[in-house]
Design a protein around this ligand. Structure first.
Ligand code: NZQ
Ligand code: ZN
Length: 387
């Protein structure tokens, strides 16, 4: 067991009707709110109108149109400018992980005099950030309970996971009913994203029975409930359990005391979506089984055997290599069965930029320090096998 120093300051308010608590939550900040949202789904589900009604006594400035894989230019830059111009007290993010991630970068940029990219690119450490409250409408990223935001900069093909303790949301309001309208594609991508967050923390050198059990339970819950959400999008119990599982994904609780992972599938996927703007969870689902096959060897075998027996119920009496390979096949088949396109070509990625992307990943993601170290050549092979 490794030493750790852990704190999650975010208040989670979870369940049916919790958005009604919004005025009470917002009362502790000033009167000027930056309301951030995406391309309009919150209007279709009536949440936008409800928020405005609940906050009618506040001054609200809006930043809309935040795209999936949120962009530094214009969204982060516009948000920072609005915060400074209107002397904003608090940011209210209403939408999926992209809206919240963008809001986090804005929150830090609003308290910094220089170019916000200095912060996102880790050139300068943030000294402060505006408080963030969020209503999350898509179960996937876990951004509602972590201190990270992933920001894309189109002209340099960068997609950076910006982590800073100032970026924890102050409060996250999670009502599973607002996820009923999430499309099949985004629901499946959310399942794959949260499953991969768990796998990134499960496949490590040094772990505990406690954490392994937590991760295995997360994976089983996400598969069972994720499938139910696809079969019946208005199954409250399934949406609720999926939402909570996703919330646990990225805030480190699954890996307390574990040795580091390096998050290799995320390192690779972030480049794919930076270069091709694909859906994050789909990219992960495609990469994951190929990454698994690539790193399977005598050293990593025991982890795959444990994964196969405890997550997929594979017969423990079979030879270890057979169990491991079957577990990888089952992983692939599960993603395929929930409708995820399982080849990069199906999401518009061909072999023309593999070398360039592999180089970018090798230089920027530090995957030579991952649980199973990956060189530029390994990364190119994994992407090629995913075509
Ligand atoms: O833009 P709108 O109109 O709101 O539509 C969105 C968007 O098109 C739609 N949507 C959201 N809630 C909905 C809904 N549609 C119907 N009903 C609802 N209730 O779904 C689409 C996708 O939204 P997005 O926010 O992009 O999805 P997600 O939450 O999966 O976020 C993906 C982003 O998060 C990053 C990813 O890289 C990607 O940029 N990640 C953030 C992490 C973090 N902060 O910890 C960790 C993850 O590993 C991930 O990298
Ligand atoms: Zn992810």
């Amino acid at each position: 067991m490794q030493n750790f120093d852990y704190q999650t300051p975010t208040r989670l308010i979870f369940g049916k009707g919790v958005v009604d608590k919004l005025p009470g939550v917002m009362a502790q900040f000033g009167k000027r709110i930056l309301l951030t949202y995406g391309g309009g789904s919150i209007k279709k589900i009536g949440l936008y109108q409800k928020v405005l009604e609940l906050l009618k006594d506040y001054e609200i400035v809006e930043l809309s149109g935040i795209q999936p894989n949120p962009k530094y230019d214009p969204s982060v830059l516009d948000g920072v400018r609005l915060c400074k111009e209107h002397n904003i007290d608090v940011i209210l993010s209403v939408g999926g992980g992209s809206v919240l991630d963008c809001s986090k970068a804005i929150a830090a940029g609003a308290c910094y005099e220089g170019d916000p990219w200095d912060l996102i690119s880790y050139k300068v450490k943030a000294q402060a950030a505006l408080p963030i409250v969020d209503i999350i409408t898509l179960a996937a990223t876990g951004s509602e309970y972590d201190c990270g935001g992933v920001i894309s900069r189109t002209e340099t093909n960068d997609k950076i996971g910006y982590l800073d303790r100032h970026l924890f949301p102050h409060t996250s309001l999670l009502d599973p009913e607002y996820t009923f309208t999430v499309s099949r594609k985004q629901t499946a991508a959310g399942i794959a994203d949260a499953m991969n967050h768990t796998m990134e923390q499960y496949f490590v050198e040094d772990s505990t029975l406690l954490n392994d059990g937590f991760c295995e339970s997360m994976l089983r819950s996400l598969m069972v409930n994720g499938r139910k959400c696809l079969e019946n999008p208005e199954d409250y119990t399934a949406r609720a359990e999926m939402m909570l599982a996703c919330t646990y994904g990225c805030n480190g609780i699954l890996a307390l005391g574990n040795s580091p992972s390096g998050w290799p599938c995320h390192g690779i996927e972030h480049a794919l979506s930076a270069y091709y703007d694909i859906t994050h969870g789909e990219g992960l689902a495609i990469i994951t089984p190929r990454w698994m096959r690539h790193i399977l060897n005598e050293r990593t075998l025991p982890r795959f055997v444990k994964y196969g027996i405890n997550v997929f119920g594979i017969d423990a009496s079979r030879p270890p290599m057979e169990i491991a390979n079957k577990a990888i096949d089952e992983t692939y088949r599960f993603f395929e069965s929930i409708g995820i396109p399982m080849h990069l070509r199906e999401v518009g990625i061909d072999d023309s930029r593999i070398g360039e992307m592999a180089h970018h990943i090798a230089v920027n993601e530090g995957l030579e320090n991952a649980y199973a170290p990956l060189t530029e050549k390994d990364i190119a092979e994994i992407i090629t096998a995913s075509l």
